[in-house]
Design a binder for this molecule. Structure first.
Ligand SMILES: C[S@@+](CC[C@H](N)C(=O)[O-])C[C@H]1O[C@@H](n2cnc3c(N)ncnc32)[C@H](O)[C@@H]1O
Length: 727
């Protein structure tokens, strides 16, 4: 022990105590304090958590965990521990002080941002591409055929400009004016007749064809309307004609053609007006979301809509509190860094905890007959392991098989040695040697980098499958585009260079996928690293299997009717050892839920087709057409903290109903934004105490405008999403 400092010696001694006495939280807490002093916050957090596993209401351990998490910039986790401590000991000064530190850290750049950010932050449509999906050429041809066979519309059937005498043209024009007036007055049949007469006189008048299309559309005859539009040769179609055509094709359920028309409409908007005239671009994205999310929502009372904030989920029926709005299964999952020790299926997330692991150190203290009884009634959780790397475990042969073909075959360390470094990094909870050789935090998120690696592995594996299918040895751009399709469902929006923030992780991912399994090389550019990183960060949701070996065990116990079962059930009742959240997953439909601080839905762990999934449940009555909002944070926090948090972790400035009708503090009138003068601040709303007004007039105005809708809402801490804390 020659070179060890006093603290190191104490750590060694405490480790020996912990090894011998596994049931006392004290040594874990002491070691946590020493780790903290040495700046080893990950270890400090782990020890504080071990203490909490033994004694969940141990206030000093909650403080230690909260402080260590704060140092690691895991704000949500820190807040959770400290808040829990505060509910147990509301006067504890250490907790109050730590919460203040946490608040300072989160709102450090709040005022700067608050001043710089206008009320409405961004228009998502500007971030969305209109590129052609792979395979759309074929689909387009197919839709052209449907148009011809089902609606007798031939897209080649255009009207050439005709040589019509001036007198006829004039007559046609006057019928055109009559049609226009009749349509404006809602006399649609009359308008239609006028169009027919006008076009009889001047068949090559494109404005009249457009007008007749509009009238047919008003009469809800989309096929007839479209027939008129396609007759106008392409170079003579105005923006409005392309737009209307896109809408009509959408009504006829021909999305690829509809996108084609709306793309044209968007392109025709002059460059200078693009930021103002977003109608065509918005319509395009609506067609696209219908196309992508329609199949996911058809059995639920919701649909996906495109809004200023991008995709959003809206109700198609009236939804009652506690009703299930929809279920969702993940496209990709990975354990949370803090839960990597929990035994679980690497593919579906099913828990594989053994009876000994579940009971922890207390198992040894159970009488022997109870131990044997418990072992006998615990479900079989042996599962299977990847025969190559021996690192990945699965709950069933089926999961192993699926995992192998969907991603593991290109990132199994047995076939791809570079991936071994990733597994090592995860075992070290995101720590490793940085570029200068210093041991440090290389990965700074709560979720495991395995999620990111799996995204690239899924793309590479699918590209490989498509190559095999086509009998080629090099993937072309279409193959890559097809392989990337599943991830187009997730938005990617972030403000900081991820590759510069985590250079070692960027290089590691590049190394892994440059080689894959030796048959394919996937070059990850800095831009792609960034995009995928923010894709994961913006969309991941924490979840855990809701049916666990414990659930099956309890069922088994109840069925036995044995007295030992009763003893075990009593023991379990007194020692709730549920593992809690352990995974983060990207759920395509759930990822369309936007945030509001007065959320009307919440996310619950669930089970779909025997696999862990999420259920989205209703909190308050939702009317048809209303948007469903979840929360990404703990909504019990004050506005300033909520907004700062959302800005830091999710890159948006919350402007929800609550944020609009609550203030930050009494120094500013929440309604008219007037600043209080001197030290006489404004009085607050006596009911919620979250809004302050300079006058009764302002208070009344705010009440009528919306404060009354949010003033008495109950805000509870709910399960949070997984954000890139530290970003
Ligand atoms: C999980 S996605 C939600 C769906 C997203 N609108 C989309 O198009 O995919 C999270 C992202 O949506 C946006 N978002 C969610 N709630 C928002 C809100 N209340 N205001 C502004 N943007 C929001 C932010 O860009 C955030 O990073």
């Amino acid at each position: 022990m020659g070179d060890l400092t006093d603290a190191d010696k104490k750590i060694v001694a405490l480790s020996a105590v912990i090894g011998a006495v596994k049931t006392d939280p004290g040594p874990f807490l002491d070691r946590s304090t020493l780790f903290s002093e040495k700046g080893l916050y990950r270890q400090a957090l782990e020890d504080a958590k071990s203490a909490l596993r033994l004694e969940p209401k141990h206030v000093p351990a909650l403080i230690a965990a909260g402080r260590a998490a704060l140092k690691l910039k895991r704000f949500e986790e820190s807040y959770k521990f400290l808040n829990e401590g505060l509910t147990l000991d509301s006067k504890n000064e250490k907790i109050v002080e730590s919460l203040r530190l946490l608040q300072d850290e989160i709102v450090s750049d709040y005022d700067e941002r608050a001043q710089g950010i206008p009320e409405k932050t961004y228009k998502a449509v500007e971030l969305c591409s209109q590129d052609v999906y792979p395979g759309d050429d074929e689909l387009y041809k197919h839709e052209v055929e449907i148009l011809l066979k089902k609606y007798t519309i031939d897209i080649a059937d255009i009207v050439k400009p005709a040589d019509v005498p001036l007198s006829k043209r004039k007559e046609a024009a006057s019928f055109g004016v009559m049609a226009y007036n009749a349509r404006s007055d809602g006399r649609l049949e009359e308008a239609l007749q006028c169009c027919h007469v006008a076009l009889g006189k001047d068949p090559g008048n494109y404005r009249l064809l457009h007008m007749r299309a509009m009238v047919f559309d008003d009469l809800e005859e989309p096929a007839h309307a479209l027939k008129n539009l396609v007759m106008i040769p392409k170079p003579f179609r105005f923006v409005e004609a392309w737009k209307l055509g896109g809408k009509l094709l959408q009504k006829l359920k021909l999305p690829v053609m509809s996108e084609f028309w709306l793309r044209k409409a968007t392109e025709m908007v002059p460059e200078a007006d693009r930021r103002k005239d977003l109608e065509a671009a918005m319509l395009f994205q609506q067609v696209r979301v219908d196309r992508i999310y329609g199949p996911l929502t058809y059995e639920f009372p919701v649909k996906v809509k495109f809004t200023d904030y991008g995709r959003a989920v809206v109700a198609t029926e009236s939804l009652k509190p506690e009703e299930n709005a929809f279920d969702d299964t993940p496209v990709v999952i990975g354990q949370l860094i803090s839960c990597i020790q929990q035994p679980a299926c690497g593919h579906c997330g099913n828990s594989m905890v053994t009876v000994q692991q579940f009971f922890g150190p207390t198992f040894d203290s159970l009488p022997e007959d109870l131990q044997t009884f418990a072992i006998g009634h615990w479900p079989d959780v042996r599962g299977v392991t990847c025969s190559g790397c021996q690192r990945e475990r699965y709950c069933s042969e089926n999961c192993r098989h699926e995992a192998w073909y969907r991603y593991h075959r290109v990132m199994c360390p047995f076939v791809n040695p570079a991936a071994g470094d990733l597994y090592e990094l995860i075992e070290n909870r995101g720590q490793g040697r940085d570029e200068k050789g210093k041991w440090s935090d290389l990965w700074v998120c709560q979720y495991s980098p395995i999620v990111l690696a799996k995204i690239w592995a899924m793309i590479a594996s699918e590209a490989k499958r498509l190559m095999e299918e086509r009998g080629i040895t090099e993937p072309d751009t279409e193959i890559w585009a097809r392989a990337k399709m599943p991830f187009r469902k997730f938005i990617s929006y972030g403000s900081m260079s991820a590759a510069q923030k985590m250079p070692e992780i960027f290089k590691l991912m590049q190394r892994i996928f440059e080689a894959c399994d030796g048959t394919l090389s996937y070059k990850i550019s800095e831009a792609e690293f960034e995009a995928r990183y923010y894709q994961a960060t913006c969309n991941l949701q924490a979840f855990a299997a809701s049916v666990t070996p414990k659930t099956a065990f309890m069922d088994n116990l109840v069925k036995t009717g044995d007295i030992r079962a009763l003893r075990l059930l009593r023991f379990l009742e007194e020692n709730d050892r549920s593992a809690g959240v352990s995974f983060a997953g990207m759920f395509p439909l759930h990822a369309c839920l936007n945030h509001a601080c007065d959320n009307n839905v919440y996310v619950m762990d669930g089970f779909v087709n025997g696999k862990p999934a999420v259920h989205v449940r209703v909190r308050r009555h939702i009317r048809p057409g209303d948007e469903l909002f979840t929360t990404y944070i703990d909504t019990a926090m004050p506005r300033k903290l909520r907004r700062a948090w959302l800005c830091k972790s999710f890159n948006f400035w919350c402007n929800c109903r609550r944020c609009q009708f609550e203030g930050d503090d009494s120094s500013t009138c929440t309604e008219c934004k007037k600043a209080a003068s001197g030290d006489r601040n404004f009085p607050g709303c006596s009911r919620c105490r979250k809004a302050w007004y300079c006058s009764t007039a302002c208070q009344k105005k705010a009440w009528a405008r919306g404060h009354r809708d949010i003033c008495s809402l109950e805000h509870t801490a709910v399960q949070m999403g997984v954000s890139a804390t530290g970003s």
